[in-house]
Write a protein that binds this ligand. Structure first.
Ligand SMILES: [Zn+2]
Length: 385
């Protein structure tokens, strides 16, 4: 009897839809929630467990015993049907997690989907309201202390205020210029979130968190929603689904590298590098408000390349590599061979990728910033896509 059910379950999980985790897409799930009727991976199963059995009852496909009724329940539901039910009204802006995404994104996705049932009940989608106001802990520009600051997202912009409940607006950031990414590892905070925008031609980083994961993910998706609405007005002929990839960028690569100055014989200095789309930034410290330098990465056919080693005359250190651009060459060095391979592959992939119209605009913005001229916002909006 038990053997028969074990066989039925092991056949069921091979079916299309069931063979990928219902929540993050990882292949070959080893667990299932038998009251919801979904097959999930080990990581998602542990989130289901931590939410509690009032929401989800988890069993191992191979280690636990399955009775007839439970197997029949899995047969009746399964990942395809449950997605149609629990994600029936998922808004296009809401980011669905993939394997390896930050834990807070995964946890809040699972809670939103099954515990709060936000994608069944449209009334619960507070991130769609086009107005969000609240307090976030924001890192000070000059030190590592965090202070409670008021933020308001409305009228196609994000504002933040100088003091708690203060009236003085510190910055009004047009939604077109905002990028947001979750940064729990770098910030050493589960709900850490990095906002990046252009401030007079230079990139500015803001670091915020909130004690509640639900709140931070609400801000994250509200910013995505506002950006989507702005893009839909700017590009009425493009569908929402096609605009979704442009809402927020996760950083392609980040980490410590050493970098020399422009002259032969210049010493190496340790810098924190961040690769954001075609923009390679370097900083003294991972959580600096402004990068020390920003390098635009164009296409390989336009005199951009990256390779192991140093140009003749330059000092070697650890695992060096060189980035060549039309204006300047950069001599860099990674601490390990694996790390160098990671950077060569990440930068190499960007140089291979065809330039899009908005890439030309960010190049123009960065060049304008480097020559201390303010960039023209109106031209940026027109050539965004
Ligand atoms: Zn999963």
């Amino acid at each position: 009897m038990g053997d028969r059910n074990a066989r039925r379950i092991s056949e069921l999980v091979k079916r299309a839809g069931n063979n990928e985790c219902a929540d993050c897409g990882l292949e070959n799930p080893e667990w299932a929630s038998f009251n919801i009727g979904v097959f999930v991976c080990t990581t998602c199963a542990s989130w289901h467990r931590s939410i509690g059995t009032h929401v989800s009852k988890i069993k191992s496909l191979t280690l636990d015993r399955w009775d007839d009724e439970q197997v029949e329940g899995m047969e009746l539901m399964g990942n395809v049907k449950s997605k149609a039910r629990y994600e029936a009204h998922r808004p296009a802006c809401y980011r669905a997690p993939r394997t390896g995404d930050p834990p807070v994104l995964l946890e809040q996705w699972i809670r939103a989907k099954y515990e709060r049932q936000e994608f069944i009940n449209v009334d619960k989608q507070t991130y769609l309201e086009n107005h969000l106001e609240g307090e976030l802990m924001k890192k000070a520009r000059v030190d590592n202390k965090y202070y409670l600051r008021k933020f308001i997202l409305s009228d196609n912009s994000l504002k933040y205020y100088s003091k708690q409940n203060g009236r003085e607006v510190r910055a009004t950031i047009p939604i077109s210029d905002v990028n947001v990414c979750l940064a729990p590892q770098k910030m050493k905070h589960d709900t850490g979130m990095q906002l990046t925008y252009l401030c007079e031609g230079s990139t500015r980083h803001l670091f915020v968190y909130h004690d509640s994961g639900e709140d931070i993910i609400r801000w994250y998706n509200a910013i995505r929603n506002m950006k989507l609405n702005w893009l839909m007005v700017a590009y009425p002929s493009v569908s929402a689904e096609e605009l979704v990839p442009y809402l927020t960028n996760d950083f392609v690569a980040e980490g410590w590298l050493s970098k020399t100055g422009p002259r032969e014989g210049d010493a190496y200095r340790r810098r924190w590098f961040t690769l954001d789309d075609r923009k390679l930034m370097y900083h003294d410290n991972p959580m600096d408000a402004y990068p020390k330098g920003e390098i635009f990465l164009g296409h390989k056919d336009n005199q951009y390349s990256v390779q192991e080693g140093v140009p003749r005359g330059h000092k070697e250190q650890d695992f060096p590599f060189s980035l060549y651009t039309p204006n300047r060459n950069f001599v860099l060095s990674a601490a390990t061979s694996e790390d160098r391979a990671r950077w060569l592959s990440a930068i190499g992939a960007v140089l291979e990728r065809a330039m899009r119209p908005q890439d030309n605009q960010s190049k123009a913005d960065m060049e304008a910033a480097q020559s201390n001229r303010k960039s023209s916002r109106s031209s940026r909006i027109l050539s965004w896509l």
